[in-house]
Design a protein around this ligand. Structure first.
Ligand code: CA
Length: 250
C-alpha cells in the first residue's frame, strides 16, 4: 500500500454520488441497505433512532432520507415533520404495516414515496434513484460540495478526499493517509460514537477486496498512529468483541 499523502491524491477516485441517510433501528437491515446503496454509487450515513436521525440529518445534509416509521425515541412520522420543517429534502418512508401507509396518505405528511417491508433491497435502490431523478437531488449534490466533517482537531473533506488536523498553533495540516485509512477515518468520523463492526468497515472501506478482519486491524493501527502523531490522542477506540468507534475527547 503506497503511503502517498492524502493531499496529493486525485480529487476523487470516482464522482461521489448523492448522500442517502438510512434511518433504521435494526442493524442487520441497515447494513444490507447500505451495501446495496453503496454498490449503486450512492454515499450513505445512518442513524438508529429518531433523535440521532435529526442530528445526522443536520450535520450531513443528505440528498435523500430513507426513513423507517417504527423507531425508538421518536417515530419516523415525527422525524419527517422535523425534516419537512427544515426544507424539501426528499424522504422515502419505510414501514412494516399497511396501516401506516393509510396514515401517511391521510396525513399527507410530505413523504416523496414509501416502501413496505418486506422489500427487496434492489427495489429500494430503484425507488431512491427514481426519487432523486424526480427531485433533482443528484444534480444538486454535484453542484454543492458537502460540508467537511469536523471532529475535534480534524477536518475531513470527503469531496476533496483530504483529511486535515489542526496543530497546536491552530493551523490545518494534511494527514498523510492512504486511501483505505482515509476511508476508515471518514466512515468512523461521519458518525462519532457509533461502533462499527469489522465486517461493516471492510464492506465500506475495502469494497474491492475480500479482506480478513486482521487486515482492518492493521489499517486501523496505522491510522491511529498517524492521528496520534498529529496530536489527536486516542481518538479511535477498540470495542472488544464488536469493532471500532471514534470517540471525540477520549
Ligand atoms: Ca423499525
Amino acid at each position: 500500500m503506497p503511503l502517498a499523502p492524502a493531499a496529493s491524491l486525485p480529487p476523487a477516485v470516482r464522482e461521489p454520488g448523492p448522500m442517502v441517510l438510512v434511518v433504521e433501528d435494526e442493524p442487520g437491515i441497515a447494513d444490507i441497505l447500505i451495501a446495496y446503496l453503496q454498490r449503486d454509487g450512492l454515499r450513505t450515513c445512518t442513524a438508529a433512532d429518531g433523535p440521532a436521525a435529526l442530528e445526522v440529518f443536520r450535520r450531513m445534509r443528505p440528498e435523500l432520507v430513507l426513513l423507517d416509521i417504527h423507531l425508538p425515541g421518536m417515530d419516523g412520522i415525527d422525524v419527517l415533520k422535523h425534516i419537512r420543517g427544515d426544507g424539501d429534502t426528499p424522504v422515502i418512508m419505510v414501514t412494516a404495516l399497511a396501516d401506516d401507509v393509510d396514515k401517511l396518505l391521510a396525513l399527507r405528511m410530505g413523504a416523496d414515496d414509501y416502501v413496505v417491508k418486506p422489500y427487496s433491497p434492489a427495489e429500494v435502490v430503484a425507488r431512491v434513484r427514481a426519487v432523486l431523478r424526480r427531485t433533482g437531488g443528484a444534480a444538486r449534490a454535484q453542484a454543492q460540495a458537502a460540508a467537511p466533517i469536523r471532529v475535534g482537531r480534524l477536518e475531513i473533506d470527503t469531496q476533496a478526499h483530504i483529511a486535515l488536523s489542526r496543530d497546536d498553533g491552530g493551523a490545518l495540516q494534511p494527514l498523510p493517509l492512504t486511501l483505505t485509512e482515509f476511508r476508515l477515518l471518514a466512515c468512523l468520523a461521519a458518525q462519532p460514537r457509533r461502533c462499527f463492526s469489522r465486517g461493516h468497515l471492510i464492506e465500506t472501506c475495502l469494497p474491492e477486496s475480500d479482506a480478513l478482519d486482521r487486515v482492518i486491524d492493521s489499517h486501523l493501527s496505522k491510522l491511529r498512529r498517524k492521528l496520534q502523531d498529529a496530536g489527536n490522542g486516542e481518538l479511535i477506540e477498540t470495542v472488544r468483541g464488536v469493532g471500532y468507534r471514534l470517540w471525540p475527547g477520549a
